[in-house]
Design a binder for this molecule. Sequence first.
Ligand code: ACM
Length: 528
Amino acid sequence: MPSLRREPALLPRPTRLAPRSGHFILDATTTVRVTPEAEGAADLLRILLTPATGLPLAPSPAGTVTLTVDPHLGGLGQEGYGLTVSPHSVLLRAAQPTGLLRGVQTLRQLLPSEALAPAPGVIRRARWALPCIEITDVPHRPWRGLMIDVARHFHDADTLRRHVDLLALHKLNVLHLHLTDDQGWRMPIASHPRLTSVGARRAESMTGPDGTTGFDGRPHGGAYTRTELTDLVDYAAQRGVRVVPEVGMPGHVRAALAAYPHLGNHPDRRLDVWTRWGVCDTILGVHDEVLDFVRAVLHEVMEIFPSPYVHLGGDECPTTEWEQSSSARARATAEGLPGPAALHGWLLSQAGGYLMEHGRRPVGWAENGAVLPPGFAVMSWRDPAHATEALRHGHDVVLTHHRTTYLDYAQDDTPDGPPTQPGPVVDLRTVHGQDPEPDTSARGGGRILGTQAQIWTEFAPAAADLDRLAYPRLCALADRAWTGPTTWADFTSRLRAHIHRLDALGVRHHRPTAPRTAAAPASTTPSA
Ligand code: ACM
């Protein structure tokens, strides 16, 4: 048991915490009192704590643990909370129910790490001690996320639910699902069944990075059912996590074109679902049937995902096919565009406009030199300067710079480590130090929404790969996104204790071999 008044190793670090002397003891007699809007948080507390502790934490109007939502509490916003643990009571308060969900995760981290396990451990305790403390905690950024690419390798719904739990533990609130790409289409669309009956399976996969020649000779495939996706959305919502879907266009669509060739620029060409990694030249056409297709897909995406944000991709779209197509050139002329390359912004504005008519916000990856259409939120992945540029054009921005948030890059420079996406080393320290503020003087009304990590899965076929790539680097991102800058020494000392929590949860995290001392130098050249 920690000595009195030692600061507990919470991750992310709360905005303000003041340890007090003494403990509150949770045992079989402890009951929980809730205001009506706090019931979801009390349910979550039981879901999280009862399996390992055996504590029923039954509801009772006389409970000594109180969870309360009070919209008049000032300064806590959507997700902030206040927590007071005293020897005879625990009071968790928030202005909104989501704030209580964040506070429940803090309560959980105040307990010994065995309390996080999915089942009781060998040593059974009847009494669980919470150290007395006063906490006020409000997030630094509203968007704190993880993108998982389920297109390059399919990861099943159980795996995604597990990651939702881990995101929630770290007070991260967005699971961005990259659902479609050249190598696979994973979401069922009732109006276009071939997207998954054909587009969800490829004949084989490259074994090395783009530019190499080896293939594994093994088919790969997988798609979610609609029920799996709606259940995932509900599961995540119960934990205060939003699932943001990404359906990419106009590039990265080869799996869709394998299913429906008429949507491309060569309707008579038969394509396979791509078996290579890298950037594919094959892109959507710009004829009316494509617009109908895009609207039909987005209609179903909006039915399944209540997220106010829907990601439309927009990255890495070579425009050669449009330049060579007389009908695409005619479309560009008819729309008054300067040339076929401008069809990229035009098509995205058609799709984004459809989302906005339905009250949603489109999101796109920032591309070199291409400004996304008005109304788009922007993920600045290539160059931090793109964030400044997007803010100047009035876009809201999620900072996703590849050199600091791409967790598919190697996390140390061990030569015999598992295969990774070629690129810079993105070690724990690099992620902890990420998030250089864009030049705020250049803002044109856009806001920095937050930041998120990316796991592209060319080299992450197994669930264990996701664990190893995400943890503990995602702990560093969570600290930055929730708390704002923390010192390396403070972060690493909390992480040492937090690793026991990850172990209790069975997370197959990376164990560093050769620690590096300096962060990778910033550069503006993408190598993804
Ligand atoms: C990206 O890495 N192509 C967004």
